[in-house]
Design a protein. Structure first.
Lengths: 477, 476
């Protein structure tokens, strides 16, 4: 068993053939974490005992004749997804010591499939950030170059998958938080369409944008994980009743006859030329494999980042109000009044970036400013959504870069939040449009840093997305 | 100078649902603090709300009863404010697209009927209850998340008396529709009272003062009375009123300032992204409309016609839906001409038992079928009136059917002339004095003999027949 190279798919095969047990596989992951996570810091907490117990139960279930793709497979979980009895800090001092009283729907679905919870991964505090440097607890490093960031906010999940300390992981994506770290760390990251996967039990950053998705080594693994996660949830009224197709069945489809759109607004000055070389190469490869390349325009793209930071922070300002020191989480010592309790608990519990976004969100919703900011942002969001609707009349998927650069040095972007926000330019439109989007590795820079290719599909078009992703992945082998 | 009063009411009504507005916690009153709670109503990280369909239905039913237009596309919003009674530190409510628009309530005033218009009705969640314990305070989240319907009136009320009439009418309609118990002690119906006055002749409304969270009608009356007097005093003494929120202190019998308009909250309302809009089809609304009960006023008129009962009876019965339902079910099982008799039985005998036992008609063992049978047995003179009245408490308490009891106990009326004549002779023989009285002209003495015969028959004799037999015997 070579833990580092195992995927969900190959591990499941090993388990089926009794080449190893889930306990052995899980122990292998725990050992890998022990040996390799030291400098990387992908994980915040690991419940080894609990994981081995789940693994033993999975082995027993298999002996009793049960089988499915995730039975006995260890999966790392971003520390924003509630798992009963486990911490869920959201990488914030605010929730240090907090123990979840319930399972998120995605956790419950993995649990019922017999998956093992390998450990909880680091992230930007409350998913606010693109480098995982906003964690209150640890600095996660990019396994390809420890001096660089893993991306964010799901940087821990991406780093663990890339370092081989996780077979696969769950991340969340509000404006690129799955795709950008996947791109920076060289793994596959899928942001499902809004409403495809339940948000119940996932600590909310921006409710109309958040989605949980898989971060894996292969497109096939992403399909397997999505299959387990997707579908309507009685606890989340925003999940869609659209039928969940067989995602794996779509993987063999190939590129022939597909129309691939290139939105001109995504091929602009300012993107690292080395990144562009790999993106262009990927497009050429797809064309050679039989895809038709179509030029597309998404005219409202330039507003996306501003719209995103208004809507996301507005929703966050309300979503994060509940962290008030009254019922759970950090509570200041000896407050003088109830409002003193709020002010001090929140001042002490939240980090700088979280405070910045709460203040921004509070501002854009304020009486007298609402129409100018939040109101207009909602209108612009509608236009951005229409851009995509029109685009997908002309093509099956869109290909773009995931991020303007490969992984940058730690500390480089922390002093300039605006620069960091602009790094989200290619990823936020998918969230605003409710689309699905996939990040797949498409090459390495001269510094040996991964570059990611983004494939965008229409809402509930995951099948097409995975088909293109898998076909492209096969071209690269 | 004469001042005119303007009052508008924002009335929060607790809906009669089994579970909370956005989670499946139960809604029992008077449980131990913090026992009906879950991650959703405690605002735990990641928990999401789900709208209670029953609460939506009850709000729509209320809207239909009050003549509102039902909004087929309505949405929820977040109202942001920090306070421990709101677990999420925002309240889910309806700010821009409420479920019901327009409508109104007709009240009776000394000048005749008056329509009090409704601006809108929206649905929201209630806050938790804060209890103060000397040095510290506790929050009981059992009430947090209770479905509340807020009925916002137009400022159409011109006195505290009209406000009372409006609230009484509203309460009657809501209880009648079955959407709320409107139990004031349990805080089922709470109002914010907006009061302003203006000089007669002035068309624009005066400065508005809001008195928050009043949960008794008496308190609302007292607070409005105080506020009108306070504002009148201020204006007649050249003072300027400020737009503000005040609270009623029942001990001091006065309103006290809470906050002025300048210090009003900025609630930063925005659409609730966790809940999809409520979409109601015409078919759905039509189906709900067809399930509506008759309004009391319409029912009163119909019952008068259908059962031939007097207006007074019809009014009393129609006032309480349960009673009217019981009466109608009973009357429909009886001969058509017995309507007035059934009404007499219900209004006198049954209502006396209800008031003696403190029970509601639904909580006693008496069924419409049993009462109908009892009334019919008496009407057909199978049993006499006193026997029927004696049987009622037993039927009320233990249930069962009167015919079974009558047969089992041989309570059937004695109409056998031979048997009764023997009793008459026995009575005459043992009371020679009364016979003399009768013969001396005291015709009332006949009543005495009837009583004696009834006693001898153990109450089962047909009193009318006994009267005839006694008269005949005495004349001989
Ligand atoms: Zn609850």
């Amino acid at each position: 068993m070579n833990i580092e190279n195992l995927t969900i798919c190959t591990a499941a095969e090993g388990l089926r053939k009794r080449a190893f047990s889930s306990v052995e596989l899980t122990q292998g992951i725990l050992d890998a974490i022990q040996q390799k996570d030291g400098p990387i810091n992908a994980y915040l907490t690991v419940d080894a005992e609990g994981a081995l117990k789940q693994a033993a139960a999975a082995d027993a279930a298999r002996s009793a004749g049960l089988d499915n793709d995730l039975l006995g497979i260890p999966i790392a979980i971003k520390d924003i997804i509630n798992v009963e009895g486990q911490p869920c800090t959201c990488a914030s001092k605010m929730l240090e010591g907090y123990v979840s009283p319930y399972d998120a729907t995605v956790a419950a679905r993995l649990r019922s499939a017999g998956a093992v919870f390998a450990g909880r991964t680091n992230m930007d505090e409350f998913a606010m950030g693109s480098s995982t440097e906003n964690s209150a607890f640890k600095q996660t490093c990019n396994p390809h170059d420890l001096s660089r960031v893993p991306g964010g906010s799901s940087g821990g999940s991406a780093a663990a998958v890339a370092a081989g300390t996780a077979l696969a992981a769950l991340g969340t994506d509000t404006g690129g938080s799955i795709r950008q770290p996947a791109s920076f760390c060289g793994c596959v990251g899928l942001k499902p369409s809004y409403g495809r996967v339940s948000r119940y039990g996932v600590t909310a950053y921006a409710s109309s944008l958040d989605q949980v998705g898989p971060m894996t080594k292969t497109v096939e693994d992403a399909a397997i994980l999505l299959q387990a996660l997707a579908g309507v949830d009685a606890h989340d009224g925003t999940t869609s009743p659209v039928e969940v197709p067989d995602y794996r069945a779509a993987l063999a489809g190939g590129l022939k006859g597909l129309r691939i759109g290139l939105p001109k607004e995504y091929f602009i000055e300012g993107t690292d030329p080395e990144v562009m070389v790999h993106i262009r190469k990927a497009i050429d490869d797809c064309a050679k494999a039989g895809a038709e390349i179509v030029d597309i325009s998404l005219p409202h793209t330039e507003y996306a980042t501003a719209v995103y930071y208004i809507i996301a922070t507005a929703e966050a300002s309300a979503n994060l109000a509940r962290f008030d020191g009254v019922r759970y989480g950090h509570r200041t010592a000896a407050p003088e009044s109830v409002f003193d309790l709020y002010a001090k608990s929140r001042a002490e519990g939240f980090g700088t970036e979280v405070k910045r976004r709460i203040i921004l969100g509070t501002y854009v919703l304020s009486s007298g400013y609402y129409d100018a900011y939040y109101g207009r942002a909602q209108k612009a969001r509608t236009l951005i959504r229409q851009d995509f609707t029109n685009a997908f009349k002309q093509c099956d998927v869109l290909l773009t870069p995931v991020a303007p650069t490969a992984a940058y040095k730690r500390g480089e972007a922390t002093d300039d939040p605006l620069k960091m926000y602009l790094g989200d330019i290619f990823t936020v439109p998918a969230n605003l449009g409710g689309l699905c989007a996939l990040s797949v590795p498409c090459g390495m820079t001269h510094d040996r840093l991964p570059v990611g290719l983004q494939i965008l599909g229409p809402a509930f078009g995951e099948t097409m997305l995975l088909r293109v992703g898998a076909a492209y992945e096969r071209l690269r082998v | 100078m004469k001042y005119l009063t303007t009052i508008g009411l924002e009335t929060h009504v607790q809906l009669k649902t089994a579970t909370k507005m956005f989670c499946s916690c139960s809604l029992k009153f008077g449980e131990e603090p913090n026992t009906n709670i879950c991650p959703v109503c405690l605002g735990y990280p990641g928990a999401l709300p789900l709208a209670n369909r029953e609460a939506i239905k009850l709000t729509v039913l209320s809207g239909l009863m009050l003549g509102c237009t039902i909004n087929k596309h309505s949405t929820f919003d977040r109202k942001n404010y920090f306070y421990p009674d709101m677990a999420k530190d925002y309240q889910i409510t309806q700010n821009t697209h409420p479920l019901c628009l327009g409508g109104g309530v007709t009240i009776q005033t000394p000048n005749g009927p008056k329509l009090i218009r409704i601006n809108h009705i929206h649905l929201e969640e209630d806050a938790a209850k804060i209890n103060h314990y000397g040095q510290f305070s506790g929050v009981d989240y059992n009430r947090g998340g209770t479905p509340l319907m807020e009925i916002v009136s137009e400022p159409d009320l011109s006195s505290q008396d009209e406000a009372m009439a409006y609230l009484q009418a509203l309460k009657q309609i809501l209880v009648y529709t079955g959407v709320s118990d409107c139990n004031l002690e349990e805080g089922n119906m709470r109002s914010d009272v907006n009061v302003s006055i203006r000089p007669e002749g002035q068309t624009t409304l005066g400065t508005k003062v809001e008195i928050k969270n009043m949960n008794t009608f008496k308190g609302i009356y007292a607070a409005a009375t105080y506020e009108i007097a306070r504002q009148t005093y201020a204006l007649t003494h050249g003072k300027v009123l400020v737009q503000e929120t005040r609270r009623w202190d029942p001990d001091a019998n006065e309103t006290q300032s809470m906050r002025s308009k300048e210090n009003a909250h900025d609630y930063r309302y925005f659409p609730e992204p966790d809940l999809v809009p409520i979409a109601l089809s015409d078919e759905q609304i039509a189906e709900w409309r067809s399930s509506l009960p008759e309004l009391p006023s319409a029912r009163r008129i119909r019952m008068m016609e259908e059962y031939g009962i007097p207006e007074y009876d019809a009014g009393v019965l129609a006032d309480a839906r349960e009673n009217a339902d019981f009466f109608e079910a009973t009357a429909r099982l009886c001969d058509k001409q017995l309507g007035k008799i059934v009404s007499n039985w219900f209004m006198v005998e049954v209502m006396r038992l209800l008031s003696e036992t403190g029970k509601a008609i639904g909580a006693c063992a008496l069924t419409p079928a049993a009462l109908a049978e009892l009334v019919t047995l008496a009407d057909q003179r199978v049993i006499n009136g006193p026997t029927a009245k004696e049987l009622l408490p037993e039927l009320f308490e233990k249930g069962g059917m009167p015919k079974t009891l009558v047969e089992a106990r041989g309570l059937g009326q004695v109409s056998d002339t031979t048997a009764l004549e023997a009793f008459v002779q026995q009575a005459i023989a043992s009371n020679p004095k009364s016979v003399e009285d009768y013969k001396a002209g005291k015709k009332a003495a006949a009543g005495y003999f009837v009583g004696q015969v009834m006693k001898l028959s153990k109450g089962k004799a047909d009193p009318k027949l006994v009267g005839e037999l006694v008269a005949r015997a005495l004349e001989q």
